[in-house]
Ligand binder design. Structure first.
Ligand SMILES: Cc1cc2nc3c(=O)[nH]c(=O)nc-3n(C[C@H](O)[C@H](O)[C@H](O)COP(=O)(O)OP(=O)(O)OC[C@H]3O[C@@H](n4cnc5c(N)ncnc54)[C@H](O)[C@@H]3O)c2cc1C
Length: 427
């Protein structure tokens, strides 16, 4: 299959230029091969390069083509399950490591950006987790208590403080975490790729891995015009996972998420919407997320069509919803719409697999991959450089396919319709 072009997203127009990433020709023997050129793969390559280990990344399309180049750009701290739940599920010791690691992930991202001078409109202006009804506000307050007990620099905002921070009275309470923020994700992906390349990594675009087989102590990856013989292999294909490794695809539900963007808004309107310029994600039955970018456009994300689609008319409910939150938006143009696939896991944790010697996989960030996929790349690099797997702050898990996986589209479509109604009518 020929490589697919980038989706017609806002980022395709505003991001820093793509790197040169020619296809792989011929056979190459390499110490580390990485399949997938998103944040997972590129961060692994960059962190390996910082340790003097040269990796070769192969990407079916172009670096940043997947979710990494299309997402909401929100750099969110933590895992989907709350800290108490993480400790309950994984025990105090491993749970504690996972909490410290995942809540520290945004700092890892912003430090990486600063250290390598990555030009990606990064702004560490906080993440707001905003609850739309009393029960969500209560959950935000509980999370605040759990995070405060662990010494994290978070704040709880009551309804009045939420209205000040977001310009709408929609929210009953929110958690503000100043470690979060936002960035232009395609510029970030390209910046990771450019930095990894500068430090010695090889990156090949238009190079899908067609098969992965073990030969004695090494792995052979065949591609349309060549092959890699590698001692270690990392798979970082997340919501775009194909049939390369048996049953891996069935471990995640590749839900489509949609983003619409407005034209740049006047300063005065921006101030009425998000004076703090934080990244916001709602907690209700459906997650809606939004932020202002560096040019003052509002980027509004949520559920939309469960097929590839683009254009500002692709998710009218997001636009209507934004205009309900801020009537001042009426009359401003919506210029872009696009979507991409997020990998959702059954237990809502990211999954790290090592099914055979020399083979690693990391996926399933449940919509939190800007920080977590970058951070997991740093872990994969630490392990490849010699740290034992059991000393890492994320546990290994077996590959467990979900039952009825092939019906995921029907399940997601029905669930979204029901939840949207419940959010609309405050049920
Ligand atoms: C619309 C949208 C909004 C989102 N918003 C946010 C947000 O605001 N904050 C947040 O934290 N997260 C968000 N996410 C999730 C986040 O983008 C992902 O978790 C993260 O980008 C995953 O990175 P990755 O490198 O693991 O996978 P991806 O970036 O999806 O990359 C996987 C790559 O693997 C390649 N590939 C697949 N199969 C093969 C093969 N056989 N050979 C070679 N290459 C292959 C694909 O072409 C693809 O480029 C969002 C996602 C979407 C789609």
């Amino acid at each position: 299959m020929p490589p697919a072009p980038l989706p017609r997203s806002l980022y395709a127009e505003t991001a820093t230029p793509a790197i040169e990433a020619p296809p792989l020709y011929g056979e190459k023997q390499v110490p580390v091969a990485i399949i997938g050129g998103g944040f997972t793969g590129l961060s692994t390559a960059l962190h390996l390069a910082e340790r003097g280990i040269v990796a070769t990344v192969i990407e079916a399309n172009e670096p940043g083509w997947g979710a990494s180049g299309r997402n909401g750009g929100q750099v969110n701290p933590g895992l989907k399950p709350d800290p108490d739940e993480v400790e309950h599920d994984h025990g105090a010791e491993m749970g504690g490591r996972m909490i410290a690691f995942s809540y520290g992930a945004p700092d890892l991202v912003f430090d990486l950006i600063r250290r390598h001078g990555i030009d990606c409109a990064a702004s560490q202006t906080g993440t707001l987790r905003a609850g739309i009804r009393a029960s969500n506000a209560q959950a935000a307050e509980n999370l605040f208590a759990q995070c405060s007990r662990r010494g994290m620099p978070v704040r709880y905002l009551d309804a009045a403080a939420c209205a000040e921070a977001t310009g709408t009275t929609r929210y009953a309470g929110a958690l503000l975490d100043p470690r979060g923020g936002h960035l232009n994700p395609l510029s970030y992906a390209r910046g990771l790729a450019r930095t990894a390349q500068r430090l010695g990594a090889s990156i090949h675009g238009a190079t899908p891995a067609l098969s992965l087989t073990r030969h004695a102590a090494r792995w052979r990856i065949s591609t349309p015009k060549g092959s890699l013989i590698a001692e270690r292999v990392v798979i970082g294909t997340n919501g775009y996972t194909d049939g390369l490794w048996p049953r891996l695809r069935q471990t995640v539900v590749p839900v489509f998420s949609t983003i619409l963007a407005t034209e740049p808004l006047p300063e005065e309107v921006q101030r009425q919407i998000l004076p703090l310029r934080s990244a916001v994600y709602e907690t209700g039955h459906i997650t809606v997320y939004y932020r202002l970018d560096d040019a003052g456009r509002l980027l509004m994300g949520g559920r939309g069509p469960q097929n590839p689609a683009d254009g500002p008319s692709m998710a009218p409910y997001l636009r209507d919803y934004a205009e309900r939150l801020w009537p001042v938006l009426k009359g401003y143009g919506w210029t872009h719409g696009w979507n991409g696939q997020v990998a959702v896991t059954k237990d809502h944790y990211p999954h790290l697999h090592a099914p055979e010697p020399g083979l690693l996989m990391s996926l399933g960030y449940n919509g939190r991959g800007v920080a977590m996929a970058t951070a997991m790349g740093s872990l994969l690099a630490r392990h490849i450089a010699g740290e034992p797997l059991d000393s890492l702050p994320m546990p290994l898990s077996p590959i467990r396919p979900m039952p009825f996986h092939r019906f995921w589209k029907i399940g997601v479509t029905v669930a979204v319709a029901q939840r949207r109604l419940r959010d609309r009518f405050g049920l």
